[in-house]
Design a protein around this ligand. Structure first.
Ligand code: C2E
Ligand code: CA
Ligand code: CA
Ligand code: CA
Length: 279
């Protein structure tokens, strides 16, 4: 038993070292990613649930490393957050996303929402509101068209502080969404105090909504709660007609997912949205 224990320990230590090495490796490469033009954005359309009209897009970050290929956000965003690299990367995302929507509108797109993910680390920066203001001024995008997606867990880290920041952002005219709703712990009392516009139901509750009664209860309960607080609900990760029908018949306001479109590069997103709006 002792030997087995030691083997387990060695195995565990090796695994830890490997992941530490991998993190270090990613961190080193990520430091140069912006300057080397390795980052890009893709855009996933969002739709009104009843009419299936596009209401906006969510900007999602992609990292193409010249030798490692595409590195998924699930792998590098947590490292970017821990090392603080997310601050520069996040600024780049914000300004690029605003510029893209402003450009699409100039090219004839009906103005619609550009939703951008913001990490806890960015939100805590004293100059975050200035960063947002700069992105808007430089691009010329109307503040009402920018939505910031903030995860439930990042606002709950320090709700008192979050309220002040979100209020400042709200006064600037940008809209706010609570992302990954249901995966963290929210106090309903706080939720009522946040000046937010949207709740996003996490994909993990939508994936099994047809079969898992608990997930269904959470999704439908979230919609009812949100509506009673005057918020609109976006369900993410909608992949099937049955999921859409369940959400639609329970008054979900907006939907996003592979059923409608995968995330698209800028040119494809513009063409997709432009075609939908003409139809
Ligand atoms: P998220 O904000 O919850 O974004 C939704 C994720 O679900 C995206 O993964 C999207 O591509 C994927 N998705 C959308 N529809 C479907 C569907 O129907 N089925 C399935 N299976 N997946 C779907 P992605 O692009 O890999 O991003 C993962 C996470 O990385 C995001 O989760 C977000 O937390 C983070 N992230 C992405 N871009 C940024 C960014 O610019 N800044 C920050 N801070 N985080 C970002
Ligand atoms: Ca999001
Ligand atoms: Ca999510
Ligand atoms: Ca998220």
């Amino acid at each position: 038993a002792k030997a087995a224990g030691r083997n387990n320990y060695q195995f565990f230590a090796a695994e830890m070292n490997q992941s530490a090495a991998e993190r270090l490796n990613i961190e080193g490469k990520l430091r140069h990613a912006i300057a080397r033009n390795e980052l890009s954005l893709v855009f996933q359309p969002q739709f009104s649930a009843p009419g299936v009209e596009p209401t906006g897009v969510e900007a999602l970050l992609r990292w193409h490393h010249p030798t490692d290929g595409l590195i998924s956000p699930a792998r590098f965003i947590p490292i970017a957050e821990e090392t603080g690299l997310i601050v520069d990367i996040g600024d780049w995302v914000l300004s690029t996303a605003c510029q893209e929507m402003a450009r699409w509108i100039k090219a004839g797109l009906k103005p619609m929402r550009m939703a951008v993910n913001v990490s806890a680390r960015q939100l805590r920066r004293r100059d975050f509101c200035e960063t947002v203001a700069n992105a808007l001024i430089t691009s010329g995008l109307q503040p009402e068209l920018l939505e910031l997606e903030i995860t439930e867990s990042s606002v709950m880290e320090n709700p008192q502080e979050a309220i002040l920041i979100l209020e400042r952002l709200g006064r600037m005219g940008v809209t706010l969404a609570i992302d990954d709703f249901g995966t963290g712990y929210s106090s309903l009392a706080y939720l009522k105090l946040f000046p937010i516009d949207h709740l996003k139901i996490d994909r993990s509750f939508v994936a099994d909504i047809e079969h898992d009664l608990n997930d269904r209860a959470i999704a439908f309960g979230t919609i009812a709660l949100a509506h009673s607080l005057g918020l609109r609900v976006i369900a993410e990760g909608v992949e099937t007609e049955d999921q859409l029908e369940l959400l639609r018949s329970n008054a979900c306001d907006e939907v996003q997912g592979y059923l409608f479109s995968k995330p698209l590069n800028s040119a494809a997103a513009f063409a997709f949205l432009h075609a939908k709006q003409r139809a």
